[in-house]
Design a protein around this ligand. Sequence first.
Ligand code: APR
Length: 393
Amino acid sequence: MMRTQVGIIGAGPAGLMLSHLLHLEGIESVIIERSEQDHVRSRLRAGVLEQGTIEMMREVGLAERIDRLALEQHALDFRFNNRSHRLDFHEASGGRSAWAYPQHEVVADLMRVREEAGAQILYDSPVSRIEGLEGDRPVIHFESEGKQHALSCDFVAGCDGFRGISRTAIPSHKLALYDRVYPFGWLGILADAPPAIQDITWGCHADGFAMMSIRTPEVTRLYLQCEPDDSPDNWSDDRIWAELHKRLDVDGQPPINEGRITQKGVTAMRSFICEPMRFGRMFLAGDAAHIVPPTGAKGLNSAMADIKVLGRSLVEHYKRNDQRWLDNYSDTCLERMWLVQRFSAGLCTMVHQFPGDSDFQRRMQLAELNYMTGTHEGRAAFAHNFTGLPVHA
Ligand code: APR
C-alpha cells in the first residue's frame, strides 16, 4: 500500500495550493485527481482575486506571472437608473485592490511549481472510497489504469469540489447542510473585444443583471442573468449583444464593445455551506465545503482562505506537535465563511431580478444600491468585503 503524510483528494486550486504549502514546510503529500491533467488545466472558471489571495500567491513564490499578467482593479461601476455609480473600493478600503487573474492561470502556476518539485499528483484516478477516518490511519481507495490502489495517510484533505466524494463519506447525521438555490442562472460569455472601460461593470437592470469585466486587454468576460435551466443554444450572438447593451449601457459612458464570441455556457447559482468542515482525520476545504453564487467573486478566494488555515494547522501539528489549530480549523473557517456567504448572498439578492418580485421589492433593491454606492459607510462595507476579509492564520 502507498503511504504519505497528507492524502489530498482533488487537484483544483485548493488541493494544489495545499500540497505546495506543505512541500515548502517539508511535509509530504500525494494528490489524487479524478480527471486528466489537461482537463483540469483548461477549465475556465473564476477570474477575480482578492488582495489576500494575491499576497498569498506572492508569499509562496508565485509572484512572477502575477506581476506580469494580473490586472489591478480599483473600482466597480454599478449601473442602475440609466446612470453610472462608480464605487472606488481601493480608496474606500484604504488602498486594497482586486485583481483580474483567471483561475486557470492560478492552476497553471501551481501545477508548474508542483511539477518542478517532483510532486506526486495522480491524474485520471477517481477516489471510490475513504475508510478509517475516525481511526489513526485513514486509507483512500482509488482506481488508476484499470487497477484498484490504496493510499494510507495521517490526514485526508477533501479538496474535491462540490460534487466530490469526501463530504459524502461523512455520516449524514454528523453534518448540517445549509442550501439556497436561486431561481436564475448566469450565461457566461467570452468575447474577443477590448473592454470598453477598465472597471468591473455591473448592470442592475429591471430586465435582469449583466456584468462586464476585463479578462485581458483584448478579451472581455461578460455575464447575463438567464433562466436557471437555460441553454446557450437559446442565445444567438445578436440576442446576447442586444441584452448586454440594454442592461449595461448608460448615459455618459461608452457603450460596451462587441467582438467575436469564443465561448458561452450557463452556470447555476447557489449558496451552500456544510458544518462542520471536519470529520475525524479528514478536513474539507473549498467547494467541497461551501459554494457561493458568483456575484462577489468569492469561490476561489474562499478556497484559498481555507487552505491558508489548513496549511498552518498541519504545520503546527507536524512541526510543533500542537493540535489546537487542527481542532479549531472548522470553526475558524466557518466563522469567516458565513460572513462571505452573507456578502455573496446579499449582493446576489440586491442585483438580480427574482421572478414574481413586486415593485416594492424593486424599490428596495434600488435603495440598497443607492446606500451602498452613495454613502461613505456603504462604500466602506462593500470595499472591506470585496477586497477580502482577513484570514486568521
Ligand atoms: N476523486 C478524485 N478527484 C475528484 C473526485 C474524486 N472522487 N471528485 C472530484 N474530484 C476532483 C475534480 O475533478 C476537481 O479537479 O476535485 C477537484 C476539485 O476542484 P474544484 O472543483 O476546482 O474545487 P476547489 O479546488 O475547491 O476550487 C475552488 O471555487 O467557486 C469555485 O471557481 C472556483 O473552482 C473554484 C473553486
